[in-house]
Design a protein around this ligand. Structure first.
Ligand SMILES: [Fe+2]
Length: 198
């Protein structure tokens, strides 16, 4: 059985939408200098802290690595990293579901703008293309995420960005959830975060 068939079977089992095979075939996102910056091991082996899901999760998001709608405003952001065990072992085929506000701080609660899930590759890697999320009342900038290894329990958490003034006044902000290696790549931003599942 090919990896594509395995992926399709798993998604069917999860009741998720199945994209054209061509969309699954691309591994280009895992090549190049962005991921080359990922070190061989995680920053530490502490499990990634869980955080509240918040009010805006929508199940059954599309399978896609880019969650930017065509023509959307905002500074493009590429987030890469891995899903690891506390022993630093990569977790292949983990499901990662991202959702966030757009660059103006608005969620799409009727559709799937800035929502999407993906599976880690054989080395536990993921790559998300999005925009830097905007602020909305009461919160600092953040990206919501659910991470689930095959047959395992779901980690629900949020990721944050360095240098955002409102990090200091957001009551649920945690520095352990700051993205790492935050940097400019031309007009874009890039960052890294490894999820460690306990
Ligand atoms: Fe939120």
């Amino acid at each position: 059985m090919t990896e594509h068939e395995l992926t399709r079977r798993r998604l069917l089992a999860l009741g998720l939408a199945i994209p054209p095979l061509a969309a699954l075939a691309s591994t280009d996102l895992f090549a190049g200098e962005l991921l080359a910056a990922t070190p061989a091991i995680a920053d530490d082996d502490d499990p990634t802290p869980a955080q509240t899901e918040g009010p805006y999760f929508t199940p059954n998001s599309p399978l896609r690595r880019s969650i930017v709608p065509a023509g959307a405003a905002g500074v493009r952001l590429t987030l890469t990293g891995r899903v690891l065990t506390t022993a630093g072992k990569p977790i292949a085929r983990a499901l990662i579901d991202f959702w966030q506000a757009d660059a103006r701080g608005a969620y799409d609660n009727s559709g799937y703008r800035f929502r999407g899930h993906q599976l880690t590759d054989a080395k536990g890697r993921y790559a998300l293309t999005t925009v830097v999320p905007g602020l909305y009342p009461g919160r600092t900038k953040h990206i919501h995420v659910k991470v689930q290894p095959r047959g395992g329990s779901i980690l629900t958490t949020q990721l944050y960005f360095p240098g955002v003034a409102r990090n200091r006044s957001d009551s649920i902000f945690q520095s352990a959830l700051l993205v790492r290696n935050w940097r400019k790549v031309g007009a874009r931003r890039a960052a890294r975060f490894d999820f460690v599942l306990g």
